[in-house]
Every structure is written in structure tokens, then in C-alpha cells.
Design a protein around this ligand. Structure first.
Ligand SMILES: *Cc1c(COP(=O)(O)O)cnc(C)c1O
Length: 533
């Protein structure tokens, strides 16, 4: 080996000069700032044409600026969602406390698989998981959990425990021809089907329960479905309760579901299914659990206080869930990936456990400290614990209450404005969340009457088709004509999760996620609708 050449590039890349690193970091920050002056969207068009044709690797060792240059066009060409005009989805700028946590994590690059590989970073995970568990379960006896790479995977953990509960030994023996079912609502995230498929249940064995007009699972329909499944001999492994649906922010009655599934299981002499709450989006409502709406210390708008009281009531249901998914990278405004899977009772994790004999290179693992004994993943990033603890304690409970309270306030503001327009119909008026779904029909139509007729089953299918086509056409019309510098970006959903008489209902969608979005953005949005129609 030519040691002189070797030592030179090794020093550049493995003993990096802090000045070189911070200098490049500063350049990235400066370019972020510069982009904030531009309208949101595509800053640099994509070039997929040759992305595969030219995957060249440089020949000679370079320096950190070469590393910068290798990614910069893609960095510049990516919208950091820093504009308050972004209302499309549960997506926004990550908070700066999370950034500090993430940087710390990247510098040490811990691997959370075992304590030996990550020392105090593993301890931080225990702390972060417990802090989140206390927030949602309240006085829970023995919670435990881990960070996963996303809500989908956290839901997979919950469902997997359920499979083991109803088909003991399945981890080893497989399902052995037993038909195993899972249940969720029509408003559940599509990843429930991913989970059913990947766990080998088959997506056909995931059963969707209709929702009421608040996009909450209908308990009567759940009871009927469970009776039907048990009667035909299915094992029901899990029920996923959605706590905040992705589009409409529908919140299932988790406590009610608990009662229904326990009673049904008892009636049929079966072990109760795992009750997993998918709170990927809705968990952040729990910051308001102790908000005193009577004293209202943060002067949240009066029409929003009943929403908070409703959220507080619904959040109590989480205490009886067996496990829960929390996406901090969503409503926590944290960095990806930081999803937490948390069990109410640590003992439930034994259903996932491996023995150390099956993991030769972790043979010294200790289950108190070494998550690798039960995690799906082997190597696991520390981003979750670092971003969560930095965000929770940087922003503080009161900061979080203001952040969530403000988002609810803006959603109410838009709902109230739209409710005044005859040709609009808010579709999720009573869901306690930060998203608004609505119909816009041509002027002259009464959207409220039309929707009421649809719910009553009085609209012929061709009328439904015509109206929903109008909703879509007007959405497209707005898209074509909007001014990217001042008009909010909305999105469109083809299925709000409530399906009266089995009809899929589309809607325009706005999510109040960016902390700097304000009433002026909403005023302009509503003005634009009035002008356009
Ligand atoms: C986003 C979302 C998921 C999936 O989470 P990822 O972190 O994107 O994998 C699951 N459930 C709900 C309700 C969601 O909104």
C-alpha cells in the first residue's frame, strides 16, 4: 500500500476537519434560507432520463466538497416544505430542536440493536419511549417499546403480537393452515393491508368495518363482524383502532372497541385480539390532555375549546389499548425516521422474543437492555430517540400545547368559513384534528342538501357520479390557475373514509401543519374559491 496516498484520503474522510464540515453545513443552511424566498414546489426539474444511464463513480479520492457537490443538485431540487402555503398533508418542516438531536445522533451514529453498540443512546431510547408512553397511556405500569422506521412497521409489530397471541408458536411453526384475520375501519391507513399481506394472513383476511360520519369505526358493525369471523372459525389476531385518520382525522372510540372485542372473544371462548391503536397522526392530541379549557391560558379561540374537550375525552381511550403507533416524524415535526411502537405491558413483547442461541453474534444480549432480542430490524438508527427527546424538552409541554392548539384553531377557522358557502360542504366538521375535508360544487348548487340526500340514500348513482366529478373538476381548475407565490397548496382524496351506502366520497383536503400558516392564507384560499366558482 502506498501509505502516503492512503493516509491522505483517510484523514480527509475519517478524521474530518471540523471547519470543513461546519463550512459545508453553513452552505446548506444558506441555501435553505435562499429557497425560502421562492414559492414552494419544484426548484430544479428532475432528470430521470439519465439517472440510470450515468451512475458514474469518481476515480480519484476527493474531499468533502466533492461529497457536497455529489448531492447538492438533489438537495436544491428537494422542497423542504418550509413554506406555510403547504397544506397538502401531514407533512411540514421538521423543528430545529429535532435537527439538533439528529445532528448529535449522526455524529455518533449509534446502532440501537444492542446496548454494547450504543451505550447511552440505548438509555435515551428507553427514556424517549417512556416519555411518550406516559403522555398517551397516563399511569401505565410497565410500558416498553422501540423506535422503528415508520408507522407501517410499528403497526406490523402490534399485529405480529396479536398473531402470536391467537396462534401460539406461529413465529416458529407458521400459521399451519389456520385462517387468521385482522380488523380495521374503512378509514384506516392502507398500511393495515400491507401488514396483513406481509405477515402472511393475506390481504383478503383484513376486514374493514364501516365508519360513522365522523370517520370513526362503527361499534355495532364491529361486533357483527367479529361474530361472523368467530362463527366461521377464524382466529382474530388484531384490531387496529385508528386514532386520527390520515385524511379526515377520524378518531375511533378505542375504549368502546375494547369492550366490544373483549365481549365478543369471551362469547366465543377465544383469546381477545391485540387492540393496537394506530395513533401515527393523532397521538399529538395527547399534549392537550391536561389543557385547562376553562381557564384557557393560551387564549385559544373559543370555538376550538369544545374540540379540545372532545380530543381529551377520546384520548382517554388510548389507555386501554394494548399497543400504539406514534409517528414523531409526523405530528411531532421530527425527522424521519422516528416512529415509536409502544406496548402498555412489557410482558407482551415476549411474543416477539428470540433466544440468544438464535443470534450467534449477539450471544451476550440481555433482554432488559438489548432490543435486538425482539426487534424486526437488526441494525436500528438512533434518530428517533435523539429527535424525540430534543424536541420534547426543547419545546416543552406548553410549547406543544400551543403548537397543536393553533393547528386545531386554524382548522376550525377554515371549517367555519366554508360552512357559510352554500356550494361547499365540510365533510369532517366534527373530527378533532388539524385537517379539513370539503366539497366544492358549482355555484347555485346546495352542497349541504346534496350531501344530506346522499347520506339518506336518496341520490341515484348517476347524480353521485356527476357531483363527485364536479368536485374533482373544480379542484383541477384551481390547480391550473393558482398563483404559487400566494395560493395554498391543497390535496385531493378519492375516499374520505366514510362511505354512506358504500359510496366512495372524494374531497378537497387541507392540513394545518406548518406553524407559520395563518388566517391570511385561509382568507385567500376561501376568497379564491369564491372568485373561481
Ligand atoms: C402515515 C400513516 C401511517 C404510515 O406511517 P409511516 O410512518 O408513513 O410508515 C400509518 N397510519 C396512519 C394513520 C398514518 O397517517
Amino acid at each position: 500500500m502506498d501509505r502516503a496516498r492512503y493516509d491522505q484520503f483517510v484523514a480527509t474522510f475519517f478524521d474530518a476537519d471540523p471547519k470543513a464540515v461546519t463550512g459545508i453545513f453553513q452552505e446548506f443552511l444558506d441555501s435553505m434560507k435562499a429557497q425560502q424566498a421562492l414559492p414552494p414546489g419544484h426548484y430544479l426539474s428532475q432528470n430521470y432520463e439519465t439517472a440510470q444511464a450515468n451512475p458514474e463513480i469518481h476515480l480519484l479520492p476527493g474531499n468533502l466538497k466533492d461529497a457536497r457537490d455529489a448531492v447538492f443538485p438533489y438537495f436544491w431540487g428537494t422542497d423542504g416544505w418550509t413554506s406555510p402555503l403547504h397544506l397538502e398533508n401531514v407533512r411540514g418542516p421538521a423543528n430545529a430542536a429535532s435537527l439538533i438531536g439528529a445532528i448529535a445522533c449522526l455524529l455518533k451514529n449509534p446502532n440501537l440493536c444492542t446496548d454494547t453498540y450504543s451505550q447511552r443512546s440505548n438509555e435515551l431510547e428507553v427514556k424517549a419511549v417512556t416519555a411518550l408512553a406516559n403522555l398517551i397511556f397516563y399511569h401505565t405500569i410497565d410500558p416498553w417499546g422501540v423506535f422503528t422506521i415508520g408507522g407501517t412497521i410499528s403497526n406490523l409489530y402490534g399485529a405480529r403480537i396479536g398473531v402470536e397471541k391467537v396462534v401460539p408458536g406461529a413465529m416458529r411453526n407458521g400459521l399451519g393452515g389456520v385462517r387468521v384475520a385482522g380488523v380495521c375501519s374503512d378509514a384506516a391507513h392502507y398500511c393495515a393491508a400491507t401488514v396483513a399481506g406481509w405477515l402472511g394472513l393475506g390481504t383478503d383476511n383484513l376486514h374493514h368495518i364501516p365508519t360513522d360520519r365522523n370517520m370513526a369505526m362503527r361499534l355495532d358493525a364491529l361486533a357483527d363482524k367479529l361474530d361472523e369471523l368467530y362463527r366461521r372459525g377464524d382466529k382474530v389476531a388484531f384490531v387496529i383502532a385508528t386514532f386520527g385518520s390520515t385524511d379526515a382525522f377520524g378518531v375511533d372510540d378505542v375504549a368502546g372497541i375494547r369492550t366490544v372485542i373483549d365481549e365478543a372473544a369471551k362469547r366465543h371462548g377465544q383469546p381477545p385480539p391485540q387492540l393496537h391503536a394506530d395513533a401515527a397522526v393523532g397521538w399529538a392530541l395527547c399534549f392537550l390532555n391536561e389543557y385547562d379549557t376553562a381557564a384557557n391560558p393560551f387564549k385559544i379561540a373559543a370555538d376550538t375549546l369544545p374540540v379540545i374537550d372532545r380530543a381529551k375525552h377520546l384520548a382517554k381511550g388510548l389507555r386501554v389499548a394494548d399497543s400504539v403507533t406514534i409517528d414523531f416524524h409526523k405530528t411531532g415535526r421530527g425527522h424521519y425516521p422516528s416512529s415509536a411502537f409502544i406496548v402498555n405491558r412489557r410482558d407482551d413483547l415476549r411474543h416477539l422474543a428470540r433466544t440468544t442461541t438464535s443470534m450467534p453474534y449477539f450471544c451476550d444480549a440481555i433482554d432488559r437492555r438489548d432490543p435486538a432480542l425482539f426487534t424486526l430490524e437488526t441494525s436500528r438508527p438512533g434518530i428517533g430517540p435523539y429527535t424525540v427527546m430534543a424536541s420534547l424538552n426543547g419545546i416543552g409541554l406548553h410549547g406543544w400545547q400551543m403548537l397543536i392548539g393553533r393547528a386545531l384553531e386554524l382548522a376550525q377557522y377554515l371549517k367555519a368559513k366554508l360552512a357559510k358557502l352554500d356550494y361547499c360542504r365540510v365533510l369532517n366538521a366534527d373530527t378533532p384534528g388539524m385537517s379539513v375535508l370539503w366539497w366544492v360544487l358549482p355555484k347555485g348548487r346546495n352542497a349541504k342538501d346534496i350531501f344530506a340526500k346522499l347520506e339518506a340514500g336518496e341520490l341515484p348513482p348517476e347524480d353521485i357520479q356527476r357531483y363527485t366529478a364536479e368536485v374533482r373538476r373544480l379542484f383541477n381548475k384551481r390547480e391550473y390557475s393558482l398563483d404559487p407565490a400566494v395560493d395554498a397548496r391543497l390535496s385531493y382524496t378519492t375516499d374520505i373514509g366514510y362511505r354512506p351506502h358504500g359510496h366512495l366520497i372524494p374531497g378537497w383536503k387541507a392540513v394545518f401543519f406548518h406553524p407559520m400558516t395563518d388566517e391570511a392564507v385561509i382568507d385567500r384560499l376561501v376568497w379564491g374559491i369564491e372568485e373561481m366558482i
